[in-house]
Design a protein around this ligand. Structure first.
Ligand code: ZN
Length: 296
C-alpha cells in the first residue's frame, strides 16, 4: 500500500492505497465505464465501522466479524487505545464500479485496488468485492484503526503494520509473498535490511515493493521476538500518541538487539522454513515472467 498527499480545496488529503496496480494487471481497465457513484443501498454499522454497499452484507459475515475483532487485537498487541471515530468502508460490488467511482471522484489517484483516505474530518476506505477483498479490507481498515488514534505515523511503520495485520487470523502475520521476495533477494545478495534507511522515507513515490516487504519483516521480527522487542514497538506508538513524534526506531532496535540486521535475516530464513510455498501468492510481476521482479 502507498500513501499519497494531494492538495484538494486548499487542504492536504492523505490517501493510502494498495500497491497492486490494477491498470497493469487488467489491460481493459481504462475501458471500464458505467456506475461511478458511491454504494449507498445498505449501511451496516458494526463497532467503529460503517460499511456502505449496494448488496446485502450480513452483520455476522465472518469477514465483518474479523474486521471488527481486529480492532481489539491491534489495540492489545500495540498497547494503544481505541477510538469511536467512524471508519466509513465503501464496498463496491465489482471492480468496474470501483474504478468508475475512483476515476470520477479522484482522477488524481494512481490505479490501485483499494484506498484508505484520511481527511480532516473523515476516515474512508474504498474497496471492491473480489478475490482479494479480505486482504484489502484487513489492510485498509488497519490504516483506519491506526490513524484514528495515532498521529504522524512514519510511512514504514504505517505500512509495515498494515501488511502484518492484513494477514488472516491464525497465520501469525506470515506474509508468504514478502518471505518469497526477500529470501530471493537475500540469496542473490541484492538486498540487506536497513531500518534507518526505511525511516528516511517520507513520500509514497520513494517506497517500492521491497520496502513494503522489509517494513513488514521488521514488524514481524519485533512482534515475534519476545516482550522486550514488542515493548519497543509499543513505546514508539506511545510516543507518537503523546508527542506526535518519536525517537528513531532504528536506534532503539540497535541498542536493544546487537547485530539486529543479522538477526533479522536469520528470522527471515526461519520464516521461509515455516512458509508453505504452495500458499505463497507470488508478486504480480513475476507471473508469466519467470523471474523475481517485484511488483511496482
Ligand atoms: Zn497500505
Amino acid at each position: 500500500m502507498r500513501l499519497f498527499l494531494f492538495p484538494i480545496g486548499g487542504r492536504w488529503l492523505l490517501a493510502i492505497c494498495c500497491l497492486l496496480v490494477y491498470c497493469g494487471v487488467n489491460p481493459g481497465c481504462a475501458m471500464h465505464k458505467g456506475r461511478n457513484t458511491l454504494p449507498t443501498k445498505q449501511q451496516l454499522v458494526v463497532g467503529q465501522l460503517v460499511v456502505h454497499s449496494d448488496f446485502h452484507l450480513p452483520e455476522n459475515h465472518r469477514l465483518i466479524k474479523e474486521l471488527t475483532s481486529r480492532r481489539d487485537e491491534i489495540s492489545g498487541i500495540l498497547d494503544i487505545p481505541t477510538s469511536d471515530e467512524s471508519i466509513h468502508v465503501f464496498l463496491f460490488d465489482d471492480e468496474a464500479h470501483f474504478q468508475g467511482f475512483m476515476e470520477r471522484a479522484h482522477p488524481e489517484f494512481p490505479g490501485r485496488r483499494a484506498f484508505f483516505v484520511k481527511s480532516d474530518n473523515s476516515l474512508n476506505v474504498y474497496a471492491y468485492w473480489g478475490p482479494r477483498v479480505g486482504d484489502d479490507l484487513r489492510h485498509e481498515v488497519t490504516h483506519g484503526y491506526l490513524h484514528s488514534v495515532v498521529p504522524n505515523l512514519p510511512i514504514w511503520l504505517d505500512e509495515g503494520l498494515a501488511e502484518y495485520f492484513e494477514i488472516k487470523r491464525g497465520k501469525q502475520g506470515l506474509n508468504g509473498a514478502h518471505i518469497y521476495s526477500l529470501s530471493n533477494r537475500l540469496r542473490r545478495s541484492d538486498w540487506q535490511p536497513d531500518l534507518a534507511r526505511l525511516e528516511t522515507l517520507r513520500d509514497a513515490a520513494e517506497l517500492d515493493q521491497l520496502d513494503y516487504a522489509e517494513s513488514w519483516l521488521w514488524i514481524h521480527f519485533l512482534l515475534s521476538g519476545g516482550q522486550e522487542t514488542q515493548e519497543l514497538l509499543q513505546n514508539q506508538m506511545d510516543q507518537l500518541i503523546r508527542f506526535g513524534v518519536a525517537d528513531s526506531m532504528a536506534d532503539a532496535v540497535a541498542a536493544l538487539v546487537p547485530d539486529c540486521e543479522a538477526k533479522l535475516t536469520t528470522h527471515l530464513k526461519q520464516l521461509e522454513g515455516k512458509s508453505n510455498p504452495r500458499n505463497v501468492i507470488r508478486p504480480v510481476s513475476v507471473l508469466g515472467s519467470g523471474g523475481d521482479t517485484d511488483a511496482k
